[in-house]
Ligand binder design. Structure first.
Ligand SMILES: [Zn+2]
Length: 312
């Protein structure tokens, strides 16, 4: 299989982090991720000729500055995927109808901004189940990129250190559902009834990359803030994998000087690392990836990988 690499950014606005940490949502600048972090990602990826995939949350796009920034990113060539409508960490606990509606509403909000139906989905909190997978099949998605087979110790640590994504219900779900740890770490066709196992599902799964052996999560939170030798060593263990799916979040390129309030950076510790330092590291990681992989958007990867898998 051709070695393909993808860089994706989940554009979770700061109020989603406040919900996780139980902080009042009106104390954070609503659009900082869209107006400040997103242009940084776009500039850096343009400088390095790296195709970018963005995952947007539907309800964020009701705010005009967010919609405008996403529209500009789309016109600049970024792929826009669906990161659900409300970023409900308990989405997989809802009824089939609620799940379907949330996916459809996120999709509609993106389509209103870009004029295009998203080809890919990423679940809030990385948690997938049969109902969610089948909703994606029903709506004709080409790929999903939610499976994050990090070892539970690291996943829990990431939840504490990085705050957000694995916290609350989700961290419990990840810790309670060891199935995800046995999920394939390379692209696969899921079983629609058990999407963490292989099967014949129409929606290709593109798992998020974790380091080999340790299953340490090589995502932005860590890759941009660990000491350089540690980040490089982790990358070296992961690059044996033919498909590399590097996942980041908008907040990864923000710091306190950008306007992240102290109440949030106290619990979201990576926000205390200066954005300039994280940008410099990201530049470095993109160069490592470019040396080892042909970089594409996730939808292009899904097409290429899907053809290869189906030909076997
Ligand atoms: Zn998210």
């Amino acid at each position: 299989m051709e070695r393909l690499g993808c860089v994706s950014v989940d554009l979770d606005s700061l109020h989603h982090y406040c919900r996780i940490h139980g902080l009042p949502e009106d104390t954070v600048p609503a659009d900082l991720v869209y107006t400040t972090a997103l242009p940084r990602f776009l500039d850096l990826c343009a400088q390095r000729s790296v195709p970018l995939t963005l995952f947007a949350i539907g309800e964020d796009l009701a705010r005009e500055p967010a919609a405008r920034a996403l529209g500009a990113a789309h016109r600049a060539g970024a792929e826009i995927g669906n990161h659900s409508c409300r970023h409900d960490y308990a989405l997989t606990r809802r009824t089939r109808e609620q799940i379907h509606l949330d996916v459809a509403e996120g999709e509609r909000a993106i389509q209103e901004v870009t004029g295009q139906k998203p080809a890919g989905f990423r679940a809030p909190g990385y948690t997938l189940n049969a109902a969610l997978y089948q909703a994606l099949e029903g709506r004709g998605y080409r790929y999903d990129s939610s499976v994050f087979p990090a070892a539970p110790y690291w996943a829990a640590k990431a939840a504490v250190m990085g705050g957000m994504r694995l916290f609350g219900r989700t961290s419990r779900a990840v810790l309670d559902t060891p199935r995800v740890l046995f999920a394939p770490r390379q692209p696969y066709r899921p079983d629609p009834a058990k999407p963490y196992a292989r099967g014949g599902g129409a929606v290709l799964e593109l798992p998020i990359t974790t380091a080999s052996y340790t299953r340490f999560p090589f995502i932005g939170t860590w890759a941009l803030t660990l000491p350089a030798p540690a980040a490089r060593a982790l990358y070296r263990t992961a690059r044996a994998q033919p498909f590399f799916n590097f996942e980041l979040h908008g907040i990864d390129l923000l710091d306190e000087e950008d306007g992240i309030p102290r109440a949030l950076s106290r619990v979201q510790r990576d926000a205390r690392v200066p954005a300039a330092r994280k940008q410099a590291r990201l530049r470095e990681v993109l160069d490592w990836l470019k040396d080892d992989y042909r970089l594409t958007t996730l939808s292009e990867a899904a097409e290429t990988v899907g053809r290869t898998l189906d030909a076997v």
